[in-house]
Design a protein around this ligand. Sequence first.
Ligand SMILES: *[C@@H]1O[C@H](CO)[C@@H](O)[C@H](O)[C@H]1NC(C)=O
Ligand SMILES: *[C@@H]1O[C@H](CO)[C@@H](O)[C@H](O)[C@H]1NC(C)=O
Ligand SMILES: *[C@@H]1O[C@H](CO)[C@@H](O)[C@H](O)[C@H]1NC(C)=O
Ligand SMILES: *[C@@H]1O[C@H](CO)[C@@H](O)[C@H](O)[C@H]1NC(C)=O
Ligand SMILES: *[C@@H]1O[C@H](CO)[C@@H](O)[C@H](O)[C@H]1NC(C)=O
Ligand SMILES: [Fe+2]
Length: 467
Amino acid sequence: MGPRLEGPNLFLLILGLVLNSLVLFCHGGRTSSYVRRLEATVDMPLDSDVFRFPPGYNAPQQVHITQGDVEGKAVIVSWVTQEAPGSDAVLYWKENSSKKLKAYGKSKTYKFYNYTSGHIHHCTIRNLEYDTKYYYVVGVGQTEREFYFFTPPEVGPDVPYTFGLIGDLGQSFDSNITLTHYENNPTKGQAVLFVGDFSYADQYPNHDNNRWDSWGRFAERSTAYQPWIWTVGNHELDFAPELGETKPFKPFLNRYRTPYRSSGSTEPFWYSIKRGPAYIIVLASYSAYGKYTPQFKWLEKEFPKVNRTETPWLIVLMHSPWYNSYDYHYMEGETMRVMYEPWFVKYKVDVVFAGHVHAYERSERVSNIAYNVVNGICTPVKDKSAPVYITIGDGGNLEGLATRMTEPQPKYSAFREASFGHAVLSIKNRTHAYYGWHRNQDGYAVKGDTMWFYNRFWHPIDDSPSE
Ligand SMILES: *[C@@H]1O[C@H](CO)[C@@H](O)[C@H](O)[C@H]1NC(C)=O
Ligand SMILES: *[C@@H]1O[C@H](CO)[C@@H](O)[C@H](O)[C@H]1NC(C)=O
Ligand SMILES: *[C@@H]1O[C@H](CO)[C@@H](O)[C@H](O)[C@H]1NC(C)=O
Ligand SMILES: *[C@@H]1O[C@H](CO)[C@@H](O)[C@H](O)[C@H]1NC(C)=O
Ligand SMILES: *[C@@H]1O[C@H](CO)[C@@H](O)[C@H](O)[C@H]1NC(C)=O
Ligand SMILES: [Fe+2]
């Protein structure tokens, strides 16, 4: 039998319910009133313009770059040649310099069920100068293709830097609109923090890995010119025992590189980099993270290494969000939150970006670390040392939008909207960063949600815009 509800007990219960609903309704955040036309999200057909092969014999395709070390002085260049291995070299030079340098990488192919990949090349170029435009050529000696990138400014506290934020991109018509909006945003992103779920090839029969190739060709128009910092999502797992494919992340591991060894990590899925004023920690929602696991031990040592005098901004990327008030993937991030949230508060992480939920949401600065099983304190509370959590899984993949939300809007949720889009974070100096989220239905300059971030170490005053 449960407790009997009469007399004072009943009164207390009713009082409790009334107070509880007052709290919920008085402090809840905003659910955007913007109503998007709901249409099917469909993948672009394989003969679309964005998937075209570059012309020429064995022309390099799917060109993409990422940071190749901790400090930003190395770049990993990756590309695919379809017909033959071709050259493993990258030819590169500084803008206006006649001195051309060459670096050599390696290539290999892989099989997935009955699919065989092209020749996937990876080449790291090192000892680059900061804040410099470099040109580079791949396909040396055959069909040569030329691209360029800019190295970041030297790591330091007051160098401005702008990051783009994209998640769960896929290769639908909406994905193409998201990428187009990112490219045409008047606030120019210099590197993309990508929060996972690339091609969604796993949604096709036999995980048709041709859709990994088409994604690479689609994204090239950005990924060849600025580094994308990769986070793995569940759609990178490609775990398919029914096809005899039992090694998780096989296509991802063959096609994409991360500079994980430079930061002392033992797996490509979790690592850290410094880029200009930011220290970026990338976590793996789909690798073990419990106590004593390699990821846990690495992260435990990682946080104390962050020197906010050198890199004031501490940013964490992960795929599965910890604070999410949509019905989709609700609480999937909970076990990692329970493990790691006390560190995030102790070390004053400025902002956490996640994907997975195909919608947009920004949290208040909240934490939920007081609970110890017996004390019953299990509700998120406002916490000025806590990060803001942003879900940016709204890149536009074929699975469509997440529209159903937990009602009423929980207190921790400051703003939410089920629209496709991207965001940009412009770090101005050690105290201020301006953030804007852009929905795909609006003009390129229009912001659907904005916030001035105040750095948690240098300027830890309340920056919550809903106050
Ligand atoms: C390279 O040359 C162009 C044209 O002469 C000039 O505008 C640019 O500033 C030069 N860049 C560097 C880094 O010297
Ligand atoms: C792989 O197998 C599927 C059916 O199982 C078939 O439709 C497809 O043509 C095969 N692809 C290759 C490259 O053999
Ligand atoms: C994708 O977007 C680009 C740039 O806006 C456009 O040129 C291209 O036609 C689009 N392709 C498709 C298939 O929508
Ligand atoms: C932190 O970084 C600053 C600036 O680079 C440096 O002067 C200082 O020695 C570093 N502190 C530690 C503990 O390494
Ligand atoms: C930092 O940037 C903000 C926003 O641009 C500006 O208001 C502030 O004065 C800057 N701080 C310093 C020390 O320059
Ligand atoms: Fe996901």
